[in-house]
Design a protein around this ligand. Structure first.
Ligand SMILES: *Cc1c(COP(=O)(O)O)cnc(C)c1O
Length: 377
């Protein structure tokens, strides 16, 4: 077997992570690295510095911590480490990932209140304002930036203004948007933001990261409800031991991530990557509308990350058959996650270009088996 056979993808992953990565990112995992060696730790330090610089033009106020596991582990580590024992969390929910934050907090015994606006509507800012006025026990507010359930892009700038007017700590789950949508966490007044290796930075799964406002995070020693997920202790260890992780780190994944960051830089940084994702998404929606598919969200709420479409209006349509046909043609799409509507989702992120989207549209047209006049392959 030659290297090409090993790294060639069987299909494009049009999902919101893990997603299609470059051959060079995958090849970066072909060496074994010691977890506490200086060379490796220098790579970790370099990654931490780069993440903060991607997040803000004022990097001196922030610090990055990496955490083993999938993205949810890092979310749990932030919630369990930054909210004090007598703290109270308010979560703005409009989808499955917001609900996961609620479940995470409740599971570890944190007093939690929720403002839920369903799955296709933006957060209720007036209710947020009223709730923060009425309930002085609330110390922290959390929201998902791009709610991957629908791809809705939440207005974290407006939410932040309300949260900060009330002087509360602000946490953003930017798992599926960080690196793919431009933002400055200092301008946005965000205290904690989380993402993971396998989303818009285009690495492979295995760890997540939090970028923390140092002044705020310094207060969090001893809060953690878990040893493994003690983000403060992880941070102190990385700070004091030049990038050392407390427990075994996903060394190969970290190497791949360093390569992915290099490739983000070579592409022209977040602005360029965001432009490519936006073009992917526009190409997709324009093409799908021509094929008579209807997007779930109006364009003004839709992020460039992932796009849900209603099932076609036909008794003969079955998602699984459609999925299998597209997979045969080299494209893996995603089932819907909206509770009471029949939708499927197509991811726009990863090592995917508008030409790939055009090929996908051809494959979708050829796989529209429920129509009478499907063109023959
Ligand atoms: C992917 C994702 C997560 C984390 O999911 P994991 O399966 O734990 O990696 C959390 N929030 C959002 C918004 C996501 O898109």
């Amino acid at each position: 077997m030659n290297m090409k056979d090993i790294t060639n993808n069987p299909y494009f992953l049009l999902t919101p992570g893990p997603l299609t990565t470059t051959e060079t990112v995958k090849l970066a995992m072909m060496k074994d690295w010691c977890t506490w060696d200086d060379d490796y730790n220098n790579i970790v330090q370099d990654i931490r510095g780069q993440l903060v610089r991607i997040a803000t033009k004022n990097p001196e106020k922030y610090s990055a911590v990496l955490m083993q596991g999938s993205g949810s582990f890092t979310v749990e580590s932030v919630i369990g480490t930054t909210i004090p024992r007598d703290g109270k969390l308010l979560v703005l929910v409009n989808g499955a990932y917001g609900q996961r934050i609620v479940k995470t907090a409740k599971t570890i015994g944190i007093d939690t209140v929720v403002i839920d606006t369903g799955e296709v509507d933006p957060p209720d800012l007036k209710k947020l304002d009223e709730t923060l006025t009425a309930d002085q026990d609330i110390t922290h507010v959390a929201i998902v930036h791009c709610e991957t359930t629908t791809g809705i892009l939440n207005p974290i700038d407006e939410v932040s203004k309300v949260v900060k007017r009330h002087n509360r700590v602000f946490f953003v789950d930017a798992m599926s948007s960080f690196g793919g949508i431009e933002m400055d966490i200092d301008e946005l007044n965000i205290d904690y933001i989380v993402s993971s290796a396998n989303k818009c930075i285009q690495g492979v799964p295995g760890f997540g990261f939090a970028i923390v406002k140092t002044e705020e995070f310094e207060k969090c020693a001893g809060n953690a409800r878990s040893l493994s997920l003690d983000l403060y202790d992880q941070w102190k260890t990385m700070e004091e031991n030049n990038g050392k992780w407390r427990f075994t780190s996903p060394t190969h994944v970290v190497r791949a991530f360093a390569q992915a960051l290099k490739e983000l830089d070579e592409e022209g940084g977040v602005a360029k990557r965001a432009a490519r994702y936006r073009e992917n998404q526009r190409t997709l929606v324009d093409g799908m509308e021509e094929l008579n598919f209807k997007p779930l969200l109006p364009r003004e709420l839709q992020s460039p990350i992932i796009t849900p479409f209603y099932y076609p209006d036909s008794e003969e349509f079955a998602f699984q058959t459609f999925y299998d046909k597209l997979k045969e043609k080299g494209f893996v799409i995603y089932p819907g996650k909206v509770t009471n509507l029949n939708t499927f989702r197509i991811g726009n992120i990863g090592d995917i270009y508008p030409d790939d989207i055009r090929d996908l549209l051809t494959a979708i047209e050829e796989s529209s088996y429920w129509l009478k006049s499907v063109p023959e392959n």
